[in-house]
Design a protein around this ligand. Sequence first.
Ligand SMILES: Cc1ncc(COP(=O)(O)O)c(C=O)c1O
Length: 461
Amino acid sequence: MRETIKAPELTPVEQQALEHVWIHTARWLDLAERDGLRVIIRGEGCRLIDAQGRTYLDGISGLYLVNVGHGRAEIGEAMARQARELAYASSATYTSLPAVQLADVLSGITPGDLNRIFLCSGGSEAVESAMKIAKQIQVMRGFPKRYKVIARLGGYHGSTFGAMSITSSRNEAYFGPFMPGVSFVPSPNRYRPTFGLQGEAEDLRCADAVEQEIVAQGPEYVAAVIGEPVSVSNNNHVPSPKYWKRLREICDKHGVLLIMDEVINGFGRTGRMFAAEHFGVVPDLMTMAKGLSSGYAPIAAVAVSDRAFEEFKRKDVGLAHLLTFGGQAVACAAALKNIEILQRENLAQRSAERGDYLLRRLESLRAHPTVGDVRGLGLLCAVELVQDKRTKEPFGWGPPAANHPFSRRLMALMTERGLLSRVFMSIQVAPPLVVSNEEIDRIVSIIDESLAVAEREFEFA
Ligand SMILES: Cc1ncc(COP(=O)(O)O)c(C=O)c1O
């Protein structure tokens, strides 16, 4: 029998939250009646404490971003110093000292010639900006018809209109019609291969599908191809480096700009500063957000290659795009201190090492009847759930899998046991990069116990 959930007595702040806060995607009854409301009060390292005084392990780094861990006082101090000195200077017409310093640091740590930095406030904004930059570059290069964008099935690029339009799980019923000129191609998935091939051959076939789509759309109409190096929304498949190398060649051959969306992957998450480094590829544009400030301030960026920026110099034309909060000085100070910590504590390397340990520990979950696959890169791991290991039948496709009663129950059981994570087609495990082996052991044992209870309740053998 399913355990019944008793919502605790609400504290005053929880009562206020229920009355006024729009918790973005939460369902009303989950908050009001099913013990789904969490007002987080404090954080330290990988731990969070809520208004009830309950402690949780943060298995998802907030939302894949608190890379340096919670409670870093020195970031707060850097922000306070900057706010006292100067909080804001318009990035549309001038710039500020911390914005210059941050652009300089980002040029240094991003791969290849990604030396021109456009600052903005969040991942969706970075993606919107990257698409507009790509389209303007194409026009300035003399290709005014190149407006189409090719994205990948299963990918996620954000919730604002343009970014949503290139996200394959976009909600047609609520928000269609979308931005015109978007098409989707299969992305590497060795567990459920679209083309029925094995390993690298499947990855390369997916790269060829991008070329076929460019040709089908007409290369003279295609502005850009966008993809996440390792896509969380597509359950963390890790392609062969040859996949990205081939995409690079295909884009060059057809005059299409390659955008790598490193909003989640960047800043050490996958065990390198940027995931592009694993694949030895330099995109024309790279979007980044999340780990750029580890969530201490809302800040994001698009890094643009020298070659792509060249046209703006030659034609002496400004970008037809501006954002008031782009390069906000206090947010830049937070990002600078955050990157200093990432480098000082060698957290990308630590992510690689702890990620290996985490993946090894997660492998033990394969014994569960509902665990179909385990994979990941660095501290960006996924445990894919199935109803039947033989047929690989999932609990739903894409984000709706989160609404399956099994996924919902599993999520509740993990939360009750003190682990914050996400469950859709996979259980997502992406703790702060400062996570210890003991904390990893605890994360895995909570998932193990919760799976066992849910499987018993739903009668999986
Ligand atoms: C790959 C990717 N791109 C873009 C976004 C959008 O970022 P934001 O939610 O900061 O707008 C996300 C968010 O999770 C993401 O994962």
